[in-house]
Write a protein that binds this ligand. Sequence first.
Ligand code: C5P
Length: 303
Amino acid sequence: NITCAKTDAMLASPDHTISLIAPAKINLALHVTGRREDGYHLLDSLVVFARFGDRLSVRKAAADSFTLSGPYGTGLPVDDTNLVVRARDALRRQYGEQATPVAIHLEKHLPVASGIGGGSSDAAAALRALTALWGIDVSPVKLAALGLPLGADVPMCLHGETLIARGIGEDIERIAAFPRLPLVLVNNGVTVSTPQVFSVLARRDNPPLPRLPSLTCLDDICTYLGQTENHLFAATETLAPSINDSMQALRDTNPLMARMSGSGGTCFAIYPDDETAETAATRLRQSQPSWFVVATSTTVEGN
Ligand code: C5P
């Protein structure tokens, strides 16, 4: 497991390699409130980030390269269909002179296409690491605008701390003082196509999230989340009924709550403390050795 004390801690080594975690993004609640003319859906989503994720490193080199490793690195493209390469090229188009050749390495610890923002989080990490490596002075707003065409979740992943995302995901409201949530993430290997999930939604005009009160304890959060949903779940369930295996396995560990993140197939559960989350993860790993199961917790602002 990789953990980090602080998601935005960029570690520069003596050979000037910059490494950072591309954390898992978790939609605690996801309401679909409308659809734009171009087909993209309007969302209202409460999003947190985990202390667990992929690890990206960049260093100056004689020529560009992009390499992959890690449990989910095999089979992924390393050409310009990979969001990391597209992030590098988007920055280079804007800041050509500063953008000298770079070796990028990505250690994939997050399952691919699984509703926890792996690709978008990797792209956001690449944008942040490369702007640091190349000494590019760019405002967060401009960097988010540059990242949005790479994926609707890239701006929220650039923010990297608890937030509410509206619009298609780019309109971000920072949520300060949100408690740390002990979590387990589970993926049973089911693959779901996000565009397909959006295309079979029964309703696209749901109400927005209820106003978020000041939440200080886990019970308050779970009470609030009880008034919310993931509106993508029913569509994912139609396309991939085995999502229910993950949900049921999580529910069997008696969490405070369990839900699917994004368009799935990763599901999460919230526990009262780290020890209970670890115990649940151990049980799940024993009963389902082939599944992705991680006990982690969310990052809290400034820590
Ligand atoms: O932006 P991204 O490539 O992550 O989105 C993948 C697909 O998911 C889009 O092409 C679109 O079909 C769907 N989508 C959507 N509304 C959003 C985000 C994604 O309809 N807010």
